[in-house]
Design a protein around this ligand. Structure first.
Ligand SMILES: [Mn+2]
Length: 276
């Protein structure tokens, strides 16, 4: 990372013992201005870091130290109220990046800005929702329309939404037309193995988890994945493909009083780091 790109980066230094020479960079994007439910995802990066820093660094299964594998680059300074200006800052940061990024959201609209820069062929998403609305009451850029924009702007060839169980008929029709594969929770295990040797970007919306684990998101849905199953699917996806980057989005610490969803986010971050 060169020094002229540090303009929009604020160091956070909450993750302990990270390695300046590591190949994976952790970047927070505390943006929540398009949230249609309770805002507060801007505090996501802060709380994921705090929970993550409590994890034991050594993983007995893979014999890796997760803190050795990452460099915490800080947070991209979001422009609250403006998706477009925030997207410009995301682009500026990614343009200067020399590490493989894992982004901590923030809400799901940030994935649109990231994918535009990283240019993967295939998008692998875990999400209860399809997020294929054309607009939110006329507003193009929203966390419920971000995937519509990615597909209609042809930023990727194909997208998969695993664990998807909440969408409208219009979204379903758009999905069929634009090569978005919506996979319901019971078929995830079978379908996730079929994606192989692709150039992918991974996006994890925490509401893909069963509702009792996802109450720290604005939009929990019944019938989701267990944390164990989600971690196992993430491992499969990362092991079988070439990954250009990943994000974990939609944690809202303001409504996560038991820190259950925050805890899940930290475990997911660990899993991504181990297998990326
Ligand atoms: Mn969602």
């Amino acid at each position: 990372m060169s020094s002229d790109s540090m303009l929009y980066l604020k160091k956070q230094n909450l993750i302990p013992y990270t390695n300046k020479n590591a190949k994976i960079g952790i970047l927070g994007i505390p943006f929540d201005s398009t949230s249609i439910e309770v805002p507060g995802q801007r505090f996501g990066p802060r709380d994921i870091r705090e929970q993550f820093s409590k994890l034991y660094g050594y993983d007995f299964e893979t014999k890796q130290n997760i803190y050795e594998k990452i460099d915490d680059l800080g947070d991209i300074d979001a422009v609250h109220g403006s998706f477009e200006l925030t997207a410009e800052r995301i682009k500026d940061t990614i343009d200067h990046l020399d590490k493989k990024p894992i982004f901590l959201g923030g809400e799901h609209s940030i994935t649109h800005a990231i994918v535009k820069c990283l240019k993967p062929d295939v998008l692998v998403i875990f999400d209860a929702h399809a997020d294929l609305f054309d607009t939110y009451q006329g507003e193009k850029y929203s966390h419920i329309s971000y995937l519509h924009k990615i597909m209609s702007e042809k930023l990727v060839k194909k997208a998969y939404v695993f664990g998807c169980r909440a969408y409208t008929q219009e979204e379903l029709e758009f999905a069929k037309k634009f090569k978005v594969v919506l996979v319901n929770p019971k078929d995830v295990k079978k379908e996730v193995k079929k994606i192989k040797k692709q150039n992918i970007y991974l996006s994890v919306d925490l509401d893909v988890l069963e509702f009792n684990l996802a109450m720290g998101t604005g939009t929990p849905e019944f019938g989701g994945l267990s944390l164990n199953d989600l971690l196992s699917h993430i491992k499969t996806v990362l092991s079988n493909n070439k990954v250009v980057g990943a994000d974990i989005v939609e944690l809202n610490p303001l409504i996560d009083s038991q820190k259950t969803t925050t805890f899940c986010a930290a475990q997911i971050l660990k899993e991504i780091i181990l297998h990326m």
